[in-house]
Write a protein that binds this ligand. Structure first.
Ligand code: HEC
Length: 181
């Protein structure tokens, strides 16, 4: 009887925690559209005012700043990928594992827009959502980057790995974290 009660209680607390993680994960996912729109808007505006080279400069200056502006306590918002342009965006062990799972899910035919994952890791709720490669991304992340632009990227990001992508391919992921309570 005592054993049964213990099993029931631990079963309950596990499911309460699962509900809580699901609610927190939804809260995190809801922060992504505004973050994404501001990134896209900044790149588009820079492209139309000064072309791709200007947009790379704008991106280098603004992307980290936009991420910190959208990191409203208690959440921290960012982007990561297996192949990064900015080494500050390199994945940690959990992110690397999730990115590998996302690649498998995409290869199995799951649409990128639907791919996300959340978990409690080391006292934090962590959420990731896949980012696909759209046509406008190819100028800077594709297989045929215009040579002057490729040189500029080489200068600004000497360790760049984020090129050679095809349209529709998994480019990386949004990554969010917050303490559990
Ligand atoms: C004008 C060039 C340009 C365009 C267009 C562009 N990017 Fe980037 N991208 C960059 C630069 C520069 C960085 C590094 C900025 C940073 O996050 O510090 C970057 C970083 C990223 C990152 C963060 C991981 C990393 O590699 O550091 C992701 C994810 C990403 N881009 C996805 C996209 C997607 C998806 C699109 C299309 C919707 C896109 N980019 C369009 C230049 C560009």
């Amino acid at each position: 009887m005592r054993l049964l009660t213990a099993v029931l209680i631990s079963g309950l607390s596990v499911s309460a925690q699962a509900d809580n993680v699901q609610a927190l994960s939804a809260e995190g996912l809801a922060l992504i559209p505004a973050f994404q729109q501001q990134l896209m808007g900044t790149v588009k505006a820079a492209m139309s005012s000064g072309g791709a080279a200007h947009a790379v400069e704008a991106c280098q200056l603004s992307a980290p700043q936009i991420a910190s502006e959208h990191s409203q306590k208690p959440w921290t918002v960012g982007r990561t990928a297996l192949k990064v342009r900015n080494p500050d965006n390199a994945p940690d062990a959990w992110e690397r594992e999730v990115l590998a799972q996302f690649a498998q899910r995409a290869a199995a035919g799951e649409p990128l827009e639907q791919i996300s994952q959340s978990a409690v890791v080391g006292g934090e709720v962590r959420v990731m959502k896949a980012i696909g490669t759209g046509e406008p991304c190819l100028a800077c992340h594709g297989k045929q980057i215009e040579s002057a632009l490729a040189q500029l990227i080489d200068v600004r990001y000497p360790q760049d790995q984020a090129r050679g992508f095809a349209q529709g391919e998994l480019r990386g992921a949004f990554t969010l974290r917050r303490p559990v309570d």
